[in-house]
Design a protein around this ligand. Structure first.
Ligand code: SF4
Ligand code: SF4
Length: 375
């Protein structure tokens, strides 16, 4: 819920040494708390219980097919661009049971729901691109008349602490999609990090309640000027861009373009790009019976337009080769997504570039398709 337009918006500076008051306030409000931590040589969302858990001093370098962390000694904890993990797995689980079926004593099948009852979850360090992706996933999973209860239950208890991005990676292009690098109000608190702490702004009434419990000081003019400079620098630092224009029309016009076959020579059809993409929602459903056949669990698990099974219907695989699967991904994500959700499905986070094992760059592919098609 947005902060009431007539109520004062809580805003102030939280010194770095007081960061734990935020975690304590969230804990006191009943939230489990996850935030960025270094794990497996990447920055991932993990449980955090103190500011000391955050990746202070770490920066990262990203390029197509590359991700490297390094220690720089910066006092900052958010001096990096998004890691491989978006909000997606915390709402739309990679694999979860939807129901169980078993026979009762008279041999009749009984079905039991396995809908989760999650504790409220606070996520620290959400970036603008991920808020935009969340809005898209909300459109898909919370559609009136066909709301997904598994997603909805997790979404209901979510508290989002956004951190404005000051260190975009070489793979980021959220400015060109209009989704970053500054967070809007689709969250609860927004932080701007400085060397000695955080400017904190409440963006919802829930955020306001938490902000009231923090020992906030007034933001000085010098601090605000530094924040403005860093915001401006982050907005102009991105070197990649998604081509502008009506991509829906251009990509469908390029349906038989030779570039699809060229990218298919490199693409491994591994599906990494769709796994890390914060907006992809394709899934399959499978039944896993027990060995004695007395019961079965029905699972939903992430799928990808790059798998062979994804387009298998009644004995026919409609997209039998990598060329047609890559084309499906791009024309849906950037084209027919407009028909379904009123905008592109790409928020410019750059994850599909970084985590593609052969470094395929979606912005480069689209540019090539447009250029060579003469548009
Ligand atoms: S298509 Fe790539 S850049 Fe766009 S939202 Fe998905 S992972 Fe991010
Ligand atoms: S584009 Fe890259 S990440 Fe995506 S399926 Fe092909 S090889 Fe895998």
């Amino acid at each position: 819920m947005a902060v009431n337009a007539t109520s004062p918006v809580r805003r102030g500076f939280l010194p770095r040494e007081a960061f734990d008051t935020l975690l304590r306030a969230l804990d006191g409000a009943g939230y489990d708390c996850i935030g960025p931590r270094v794990d497996a040589d990447a920055i991932l969302y993990r449980e955090v219980s103190a500011g000391a858990d955050l990746p202070q001093g770490m920066e990262e370098t990203q390029a197509p097919g590359q991700y490297r962390l390094r220690e720089t000694g910066t006092p900052r904890c958010f001096a990096w661009a998004c890691g491989p993990q978006a909000l997606k797995p915390h709402l739309f689980a990679p694999r979860e049971p939807l129901w169980r079926s078993e026979r009762d004593s008279e041999g009749r099948l009984q079905f039991r729901s396995t809908a989760p009852e999650p504790r409220p979850l606070a996520v620290i360090g959400v970036r603008a691109c991920d808020l935009a992706a969340l809005a898209l996933q909300d459109q898909h999973f919370l559609r009136a008349g066909s709301t997904d209860p598994y997603y909805a239950r997790r979404r209901e208890g979510l508290f989002l602490v956004a951190v404005n991005c000051t260190h975009p990676a070489a793979t980021c292009f959220c400015v060109s999609t209009g989704d970053g690098p500054q967070a809007g109000d689709d969250c609860d608190l927004v932080l701007d990090e400085l060397d000695d702490g955080y400017a904190v702004r409440a963006a919802s009434s829930k955020g306001e309640t938490i902000a009231q419990q923090l020992p906030l000081q007034a933001v000085t003019e010098a601090q605000q000027a530094q924040i403005d400079r860093e915001r401006e620098a982050a907005s102009t630092a991105q070197s990649r861009a998604m081509p502008a224009g009506n991509l829906r029309e251009h990509l469908f016009n390029a349906w038989e373009h030779p570039r699809w076959a060229q990218v298919a020579e490199r693409c491994l059809s591994c599906g990494n790009c769709t796994s890390v993409c914060p907006t992809c929602f394709c899934h399959q459903q499978v039944d896993v019976p027990t060995l004695d056949g007395s019961s079965a669990t029905h699972y939903r698990e992430w799928d990808s337009c790059f798998t062979q099974n994804h387009s298998y219907i009644h004995g026919i695989t409609l997209r039998p080769d990598t060329r047609s699967r890559y084309r499906q991904w791009l024309t849906h994500k950037l084209g027919s997504w407009h028909d379904q959700y009123g905008r592109s499905g790409c928020v410019g986070c750059g994850r599909c570039l970084t985590w593609c094992p052969v470094g395929i760059d979606i912005t480069e592919e689209v540019s090539a398709l447009l250029k060579e098609a003469g548009t």
